[in-house]
Ligand binder design. Structure first.
Ligand code: ATP
Length: 244
């Protein structure tokens, strides 16, 4: 069943040519899609349209849920410096009501799953970049979203931390049953995470590449099928040296 659909969506910032034009996207419930494309091709704008943060001028965005069912993680963790880690995670709840014991327990469980149980009472500045990204992920998951939108959340991290977070994200997504739309520049990251890579070009999805690799297996990165899929994405992006 489709959870999110973009139908012939067109969007232009005032006074500029369209950033998104004729975008078609169908994200099935439980799917994990990565949007990959060159800088400026419209990935973030597509994500914001999907989140309802921008309104299409033509076409429509159909999401089977409410805005509360959407979790958003940005490239920078955007934590509130004056709140402890646990209270940052609980922020989406606090915007509605005072968190109850059950919600605090849930926040602690999320932090525990992300290896941050010992840091719950710290302030963001006392955490590393990777730990801050994990807090941002926990905050996006606190309301148990059915759709998780991530905009290059690991771009600023070192390769080792990044791999750890990719693994954690896959586990959390699978555990929660959330549907994920993940923007990245990194072809290997996209092929590792996604069950479908959507290649974005000129504000629309130019190609959809299905990925059928075993999930949760870090070893797939060294296999021939992984290399073949990366080459396919490179070719779709018209990158130099890509196989025809
Ligand atoms: N507020 C704005 N006003 C005018 N143009 C904008 C605005 N925001 C983005 N754009 C333009 O829209 C285009 C697409 O931007 P978008 O951020 O969606 O691209 P992107 O693919 O996410 O890029 P990147 O990979 O570099 O983050 C770019 O040319 C950008 O300059």
């Amino acid at each position: 069943m489709s959870l999110l659909k973009l139908e012939q969506v067109r969007f232009a910032f005032p006074g500029w040519p369209p950033t998104v034009d004729g975008a078609e996207l169908d994200v099935a419930q439980g799917a994990f899609h990565c949007l990959v494309g060159r800088s400026g091709c419209g990935k973030t704008t597509l994500l914001k349209l999907a989140a309802g943060l921008l309104e299409p001028q033509q076409g429509r965005v159909v999401f089977h849920g409410t805005p509360q069912d959407i979790g958003f993680v940005f490239q920078s963790p955007n934590l509130l410096e004056w709140l402890r880690v646990i209270d940052n995670v609980l922020l989406p709840v606090t915007l509605h009501h005072r968190p109850d014991a059950q919600e605090r327990e849930r926040a602690l469980r999320l932090l525990e799953q992300l290896g941050l149980a010992a840091h719950a009472q710290k302030y963001p500045r006392q955490l590393s970049g990777g730990q801050q990204s994990r807090v941002a992920l926990a905050r996006a998951l606190i309301l148990q979203p059915s759709l998780l939108l991530l905009d290059e959340p690991f771009a600023a991290l070192d390769a080792i931390t990044r791999e750890e977070l990719q693994r954690d994200l896959l586990a959390m997504a699978r555990g929660s049953g959330a549907t994920v739309l993940f923007v990245t520049h990194d072809i290997a990251e996209a092929v590792f995470l996604a069950d479908r890579v959507d290649v974005v070009e000129d504000g629309r999805i130019a190609q959809e590449i299905a990925v059928t690799l075993p999930r949760h297996d870090a070893q797939v990165r060294y296999g021939t099928e992984f290399a073949r899929l990366c080459a396919q994405v490179r070719a779709a992006l018209h990158l130099e040296g890509a196989a025809a």
